[in-house]
Design a protein around this ligand. Structure first.
Ligand SMILES: *Cc1c(COP(=O)(O)O)cnc(C)c1O
Length: 345
């Protein structure tokens, strides 16, 4: 993959903003370079624009070199920056599978980038020939999501590889839910495919949705482009400090994952027994896609009981389907009791 021909010319030519902390990033006795207030430590100081300490730690956990890691304000930031870097507004388009995470399309829309949507095939797996047939000279990116939201399934490894091999532009594999199925990650293949970009996040299994921290992994020259076009201080000091602390909780995270996977299977089994449930799709994530009779009615009933799930009925291939996040044992029981009580009214 040749970045010089794929990245927008204005981005290639851009001279990035150089902050005080870019120009001098070491230790010093007195910092008088950034117009900061000398009081109110440590909040008075601008954060490290490249989040070096945090990246070192992530690098050790993920076994990926620091210069192949980009950190963003959630995964949503790299999604937006990738589209900005590659897609000339109104000219280049992206390809995504359907149904999938809604943010690719929104980020594309903001950038006036058209989206070609290719429906998934049987069992919500990729239709590889259709995806590759949608590619033309103006295709600048393919977005894949595995495990996929809202369908919950991991995509077949061979299919993702066929896309990586068959398309010579960037292929994004969004692995927001990969901690629930770590053996399915494409991160170990980063060195093998120079057009692979893997997205992961601390919002799901790691339990840090509130601090907004997402990761992109790719070849170093592409990471350098993202660093060049991001906001200079995109990850604030509170987020960096909290993430450094919570990343020591890897054992607790694994614990949460195993409990949630167990709870997911219990919940799936119990939902299957309900007469208005037509299908519970197998899930590799922390949620279930459930096909029902009268999705809107069930959704509204649960809202009236103070329980909020997601009605995905209006999405292609998700007709009459609800997306239910797996909660704690207690929360799942409350949900099941409410659904049982529907049978009595
Ligand atoms: C939840 C989710 C994300 C995470 O987004 P953040 O901005 O990191 O919170 C990314 N991709 C998918 C498919 C998701 O479901």
């Amino acid at each position: 993959m040749n970045l010089d021909t794929l990245i927008r010319k204005n981005i290639l030519d851009l001279k990035p903003y150089s902050s005080a902390r870019d120009e001098f990033s070491g230790e010093a006795m007195v910092f008088l370079d950034a117009n900061e207030n000398p009081w109110n430590q440590p909040y008075n100081r601008y954060p490290d624009p490249l989040q070096r300490e945090l990246k070192e730690k992530i690098s050790r956990i993920k076994e990926i070199p620091v210069d192949s890691i980009f950190l963003g304000n959630g995964s949503d930031e790299p999604i937006d920056l990738l589209i900005k870097a590659f897609c000339e507004p109104g000219i280049h388009h992206i390809i995504q599978m359907e149904p999938t995470y809604g943010m690719y399309q929104v980020a594309a829309g903001i950038n006036n980038t058209p989206v070609r949507r290719v429906p998934l095939a049987d069992s919500y797996q990729l239709d590889v020939p259709a995806m590759l047939a949608a590619v033309d000279g103006n295709t600048r990116m393919i977005f894949l999501c595995s495990p996929n939201n809202p369908t919950g399934n991991l995509l077949r490894k061979d299919d993702i590889e066929a896309i990586l091999y068959g398309f010579d532009g960037p292929v994004v594999v969004d692995e927001a839910y990969i901690d629930f199925r770590p053996e399915g990650s494409f991160l170990p293949l980063l060195g093998q495919y120079d057009n692979l970009i893997v997205l992961q996040t601390f919002s799901k299994a790691w339990g840090m949705a509130g601090i907004r921290l997402g990761m992109a992994f790719a070849r170093p020259d592409l990471i350098a482009i993202l660093n060049k076009i991001k906001y200079p201080y995109n990850i604030n000091i509170l987020t960096q400090a909290k993430a450094l602390e919570l990343l020591d909780n890897a054992d607790e995270m694994s614990q949460w994952v195993s409990v949630l996977v167990k709870e997911r299977e219990i919940l799936a089994a119990q939902l299957t027994n309900l007469p208005f449930v037509e299908k519970v799709w197998p899930s590799d994530a922390n949620f279930l896609l459930v096909k029902v009779k009268n999705a809107r009615g069930i959704y509204n009933y649960l809202v009236s009981k103070g329980i909020i799930i997601r009605d995905r009925s209006r999405i292609l291939l998700c007709e009459e389907s609800l997306r239910i996040t797996v909660g704690s044992e207690e929360e799942n029981k409350i949900l099941l009791q409410a659904l049982q009580s529907m049978l009595e009214v």
